[in-house]
Design a protein around this ligand. Structure first.
Ligand SMILES: [Zn+2]
Length: 416
């Protein structure tokens, strides 16, 4: 018996991650799904990890969250890290650093700490502005590489112990940033307690997370996978920070990941006046504190599934062949939510060379280079990365010229 069979690969939480309440309502279940980033080689012998993908709503603080937790050492064991940051992303972080530096009057004496700093994409922008910087990232190779490039990065998870060590060596931070970490963390309170050790009296903690209102309104159900444990709106965060002696004093909506919020948090007596944007957003998102929008959301996914499958099965019955376009992590949730497997798609093409030659998690649909579409000439190409459908069709106008047709599955399935 190997290790994966002896130890369960996940555990279920029956309490809320933010408020500890046991009053949770299940809003959707995608069944057991594989880990969305575990692109395998067919020769891989290790057993594939599956875990329930169930979304709960906390009836007390209203946080939307996954029930089951896949521990990070299992979640990231076979993680295929695809490097290369897009130009739009660099620009996003350049503006971010500029705004924060100006607004909080950061100087060469101010320290900015980025938690989950990755290759230093945000910190390098602060560095350009002459601010002191420090990164924390658990990926040892990425941390070492960033340090070599002048972005000092501590290869560790943020714990109370590492925080104390950093505070004694570097002092406290005027600004602490964390992007896309907050949604990935199971012990959110533990994370914030450690962060507090590093936060100066007048310090600001700023984090970005995908915004639940965008997820629901734009039907972005496929961003739900095991790495994303929480789907935040502002209301649960306000009460959560209050309990920890902190307060949310500003919030901005930003365009990253289909719609995110950037939340500004300070000490209760940190001298930050609350911006009117906080109350305004709390009012705008009030409906998310009720179960109604989630019922509609689940119903819409179920209806979409019926329509998309009817379309694809009709094509298959007529003897035509379908390939897929785009194998991002969310394509796994997409395939499982809609019931699409190898009997429907011959293969999926993706631009990332690291994914080509591997297979999709769970369904084992082969992943090939987009150029294969022109060699193989399938009749249809289903766009799995559906929110990029326009640019994909534009870049592959040739596919249509050679007689192929695109299928865009969302928001309503259509053939183009
Ligand atoms: Zn709660």
């Amino acid at each position: 018996m190997n290790k994966a069979e002896k130890e369960p690969a996940y555990f279920a939480r029956n309490d809320c991650r933010l408020c500890g309440s046991h009053s949770l309502t299940r809003i959707i279940s995608f069944g057991e799904t594989p880990l969305a980033n575990s692109y395998r080689l067919l020769s891989d012998k290790n057993p594939e990890v599956f875990a329930p993908l169930i979304v709960n709503f906390c009836n007390d603080c209203k946080l939307v969250q996954l029930r089951d937790v896949v521990p990070p050492d299992i979640l990231f064991k076979h993680y295929l890290y695809v490097s290369g940051t897009s130009l739009a992303f660099v620009e996003h972080f350049a503006n971010y650093a500029k705004n924060v530096t100006g607004r909080f009057s950061l100087s060469s004496k101010s320290l900015v700490i980025d938690i989950g700093s990755n290759d230093g994409v945000l910190l390098s922008q602060f560095k350009k502005l002459g601010v002191r910087i420090l990164g924390i990232d658990p990926a040892k190779n990425i941390a070492e590489d960033a340090t070599k490039r002048g972005i000092q990065t501590i290869a560790d998870f943020l714990t109370a112990e590492t925080a104390q060590k950093i505070a004694s060596e570097h002092g406290k931070a005027r600004v602490i940033t964390a992007n896309n970490v907050f949604a990935h963390t199971d012990d959110v309170a533990g994370f914030v307690e450690s962060m507090k050790i590093l936060l100066a009296e007048n310090g600001v903690f700023i984090f970005e997370v995908q915004y639940l209102k965008d997820l629901i309104e734009k039907n972005l159900f496929d961003i739900i996978y095991h790495e994303h444990l929480c789907y935040y709106h502002l209301s649960p965060l306000v009460s959560f920070f209050k309990l920890l002696g902190l307060s949310v004093f500003d919030v901005e909506r930003v365009g990253t990941h289909g719609g995110s919020i950037r939340v500004f948090v300070g000490w209760n007596n940190g001298g930050h006046e609350q911006h009117p944007r906080v109350d305004k957003l709390l009012i705008e998102e009030e409906i998310l504190n009720t179960l109604a929008p989630y019922k509609t959301f689940a119903k819409r996914i179920a209806e979409n599934r019926v329509k998309v499958l009817a379309l694809l099965n009709g094509i298959k019955k007529s003897g035509k062949r379908i390939a897929g376009y785009g194998a991002p992590a969310k394509a796994t949730t997409f395939c499982y939510a809609l019931g699409i497997g190898r009997s429907t798609l011959d293969y999926i093409v993706d631009d990332a060379p690291m994914k080509q030659g591997r297979v999709m998690p769970g369904t084992h649909i082969p992943i090939k280079s987009p150029s294969f579409l022109y060699e193989d000439k399938p009749d249809y190409c289903l766009i799995l990365a559906w929110n990029f459908a326009d640019s994909i069709m534009q870049n592959h106008a040739r596919f249509k010229k050679q007689g192929g047709k695109f299928i865009v599955p969302m928001p309503e399935p259509r053939i183009l």
